[in-house]
Every structure is written in C-alpha cells, then in structure tokens.
Design a protein around this ligand. Structure first.
Ligand code: XMP
Length: 499
C-alpha cells in the first residue's frame, strides 16, 4: 500500500514524500516511466520546471487513468492532467509566484478548510480552459484556475507540501486519507519486513557484493541485506589506511551479529600511490580509482550479479530530468565511484529513506545508538584531513588525536549537539616546550560545525571547558602534536573539510 509520487523535477518532490510518510503512509518517488506494481493506492504528479508543450516535456505514466486509482496533480502535474483530457494551457501573462490568495469551493480535498486561503504558487503556464466534464474547485485572486477535479482525479495549481501554504497538510491529508483511503500504518518497522521481501524477490539466488565503508549507511544496508539473503551477500571492507579507529571496528561489530565481512588491508597500496601528492583533488582521484581497482579485484571471483550500495534518499538525484533516458536511477557514488566494468546491477535497499529514518532502521536492526548517531565521514577519509602529503605516520597521529577528540565530545554529551566534528593535521609545525625540552610538533586543528544538510554550516559554539580538555588530552597523549587550534569559520566562506 503506497502513494506514488511521480517526479517532474520540482524542488519540493522530496518534501511531498516526507510529508506523506509523516502521516504514517508509505510514499515513494518514481519517474514518469514508472510501471504500476499493483500496490498503489494513490498517485501524485509533482510540479516541475517544464512547460507541457516543451518538446522534451515529460509525460504521464502509461496506464495512469486505466487503473481507477486516485490522482492528484500539482502545478505541472495539474497541467499534464488538463492537457491529457483536452483542456487548454497557455503561457501565463501573469506568472504567479509566491503567496497568492485563492478561493475554494466544495471538494473532498478542501473539507474542513476555510473557503479562502493563502497558498504558495510557482508557475508560468496556466490552465485557461478545463477539459470537458471537469469542475473548477479553486480560483486564484487573479482569476486563474487554481483547482479542478473529475471523479477521483484532482488537480491543484499551488504547492500544498510547503509550509507557506495554509492548510497544505490538511489538503494532502484529505487526499491521502479521504480520497485514497490510506491507513496510517507505515513506520520504519514495517519497512524492514517489506524491504527484506523485496530484496529476496529481486536477488533470488544470486550473489550480492557490497563495499562496507565503515559509515552508517553502507553498514545499515549491509545488515538489512544480510538479514534478507544471508550468505549470498559478500560484504567487502577495503581498508585504505585512512579510516578512523571507530570505522575500523565495524567488521568486528558486524561479526558479532553474525555477518562475516571480508577485510582487505590495502593501505600499503594507497600510501604508495599517495606518496608526494599534495593536491586535494588529486588525492581524491587516486583514492577513488585505487578503491575501485582493489574492490574489483576482490569482488570478481565471486560471480556476483548485484552490487549493494548504501545510497540514501538525499544522495539520489532522481529528478525526472536526470533519468529521462533511462528508467534506472542515477545515484551518488558513496565510495568514490562504481565499478562500472563489473556490469553489476545495483541493489540500493535504503535509497528511499531519509537520514533519520536510516538511523531508526539501524536501531531496529540492533545496531548500537553510538553507531547510528555517528557524524558524516568523507569517502577519501583522513586523506582530506591531512594537509599536504599523506603518509602512514601522519594518518596514525591524526587517528589517535581524532579518537581522543571524539571520545571527549561523547563523554561530555556534546557530540549529539554537533552536525560534524573532526580533527585536521596541518603540514606546519610549531615550537613548544615539553618537560624541559624544546619541542617542534604538528599543529592540529579541530573543527565542529552545526548544519542541517552540510550545504551551509556555522562553527559550533563549543564550551571552553571542553576545548580545554581536548587540547590538554591531545597534546598530553599524542607526543607529535604540539599545538591545538579551533577553527572558527563558517561555510561559506570556507568548506567544512579543510581540503
Ligand atoms: P564540504 O567540505 O564540501 O563538505 O563543505 C560537505 C560535506 O561533504 C563531505 N565531503 C565528502 N564526502 N567524499 C565524500 O563522501 C568527499 O570527497 C567529500 N568531501 C566532503 C564532508 O565531510 C561534509 O559532510
């Protein structure tokens, strides 16, 4: 039982999915080439930047109106409905953008909602004439058609999913519960069961290979898939030598819950390739390529048909625009790129989940809180946190310092308040005194930021006593570090990582 959202490229599509899940109803985003699977109870056609008369305009999914399933078209979705049934759409002389007052008439969609509300509009084209048989149920202050319907097909020009629209959630609820007759039963708990079934039906008896990076997403995807197909999952953990202490423990943690991970220590090769390299982008490229090379070499003998990826919802660039030429979904490559030569089909069991849902899933699957709450960690690992040339010795120093830093944040209850925190080993050294002797140690920068999605960030207002403890513990236990500084720069102008 799900509500399907056909994505036409609106920036609000994810929000729609989110809102419906918050109502306890599972919703999924698909592109316009989507094929019905039989469990759809409602279809929402999202907004989008195109005009229905564009040459490359995305169309309605095939068989959409053959199924008698309720349909709600929003903005571009509304125009598609109008066009499909013979209505007239024109470039609006007055494109409506932003807050608009509309008046509503009788409709199940608007039950319990005042007859006049303020909504969020964002459109250029307008429906000038309704298709035959359709009834207008909403009119904007400039006299444009703002809503219409026919039987169980509904169309609205405004965006109910954004908070700017008054009663937007109520309108969506009316569609979901009164029109589609959904039952609020979805929760991450049900996801486990249904996803396990889904994985089994996709994979059958084939083998699945997966790269476990030590990060939250790939680990949770591994545990879920192992629950579904057991030994047919071959998780491989490539240690590039640039992981933190807690990442390196992940294979052991998985072993404790019965999942055998093949651990490959490829650190010699990575350090060898990184020798003398100082440029950050070159480091990233070397690590990405070497990772794929090692992973391919290790994975090839298994004759796997699938590659497991811990792609999650925000990684997915599944705009209709991105997936026009193929029904396959483009994904962000978590570990620096996919082994394309291997000709594997992708298995992405958590790709529909938002980060907080992934964390909930981790808990349900029995992973400890401390693991599921971990901060993001970049694929190239400590390499982008060692300024200048990366060596095994520097990685070791940084690993120790980072571990002390993280432990203190956790002990003090500060870790949870921070979006991302880490240490950076600078290439410069600084003079100091240790005991009676002059020392000449590395400078370590500590960075902690508050953010929502990593796109912008502000430096975390860290209590002085914690800073004090971090500094003295690190300089006391990591002899190579002579000075600790706190990074007080926001993003922008700086990035979160130093390289
Ligand atoms: P920046 O440094 O661009 O970071 O402000 C934003 C977020 O992205 C992470 N990051 C990366 N993640 N590979 C990754 O998988 C990378 O090369 C990479 N560079 C940055 C960073 O940790 C932060 O969460």
């Amino acid at each position: 039982m799900r509500i399907v959202i056909v994505d036409y490229g609106s920036q609000y599509t994810q929000l729609l999915a989110r809102r419906i899940r918050e109502m306890g109803v599972f919703s999924e985003i698909v592109n316009s080439r989507f094929k019905f699977e039989g469990d759809e109870i409602g279809i929402i056609l999202s907004g989008g930047p195109m005009s229905v008369y564009d040459k490359l305009a995305f169309d309605l999914p095939e068989e959409l109106f053959d199924k008698a399933i309720p349909v709600l078209g929003i903005c571009y979705g509304m125009q598609l409905i109008a066009k499909n049934f013979g209505g007239k759409i024109e470039k609006g002389e007055i494109a409506e953008y932003g807050f608009t007052k509309i008046s509503l008439s009788d409709s199940v969609l608007f039950e319990g909602i005042p007859p006049e509300i303020t909504v969020w509009m964002s459109h250029g084209d307008v429906v000038k004439a309704l298709p035959k048989g359709f009834i207008q149920t909403g009119k904007s202050q400039s006299g444009l058609i703002a809503a219409f319907e026919f039987k169980n097909t509904y169309a609205i020009q405004f965006h109910p999913e954004v908070t700017h629209t008054e009663y937007g959630i109520e309108i969506l609820k009316n569609f979901v519960f009164k029109v589609c007759k959904a039952q609020p039963k979805w929760a991450v708990e049900n996801f486990v069961e249904s996803e396990i079934k889904k994985i089994r039906s996709i994979v059958k008896d084939e083998k699945v290979i997966g790269a476990v990076s030590g990060g939250v997403d790939s680990t949770i995807a591994t545990v879920l898939t192992a629950k579904a197909i057991g030994k047919n999952l071959i998780p491989i953990f490539v240690n590039h030598g640039l992981l933190r202490i807690e990442d390196m423990k992940v294979p052991m943690d998985l072993k404790k819950i019965g999942i055998d991970v093949k651990v490959i220590d490829a650190s010699d090769l990575f350090f060898e390739r990184l020798r003398g390299v100082e440029d950050p982008e070159t480091k990233r490229r070397i690590i990405g390529h070497t990772f794929i090379e090692v992973f391919e070499r290790e994975a090839l003998p298994y004759d796997a048909k699938f590659l497991l990826q811990g792609t999650i919802y925000p990684d997915v660039i599944e705009s209709a625009v991105a997936s026009k030429s193929s029904a396959k979904i483009k994904s962000h490559h978590n570990v620096g790129g996919l082994p394309e030569k291997m000709n594997l089909k992708l298995l992405e069991p958590i790709r529909e989940l938002f980060k907080d849902e992934v964390r909930q899933l981790g808990k349900i699957l029995g992973l400890p809180n401390i693991f599921v709450q971990r901060h993001p960690f970049p694929g190239p690992g400590l390499a982008v946190r060692i300024i200048g040339e990366v060596t095994r010795e520097k990685a070791e120093i940084l690993r120790l310092a980072d571990d002390i830093f993280t432990k203190i944040l956790r002990e003090k209850g500060e870790y949870q308040k921070i979006w991302q925190a880490f240490t950076v080993l600078l290439s410069s050294r600084s003079v100091g005194v240790k005991g009676d002797a002059r020392s000449y140690g590395y400078v370590l920068a500590i960075r902690a930021v508050d953010s929502v999605d990593g796109m912008t960030a502000s430096w975390h207002d860290m209590p002085y006593d914690i800073l004090k403890e971090i500094s003295s513990e690190i300089t006391g236990h990591v002899s190579e570090i002579g000075r600790v500084v706190y990074d007080i720069t926001d993003k922008p102008p700086s990035t979160i990582e130093w390289e």
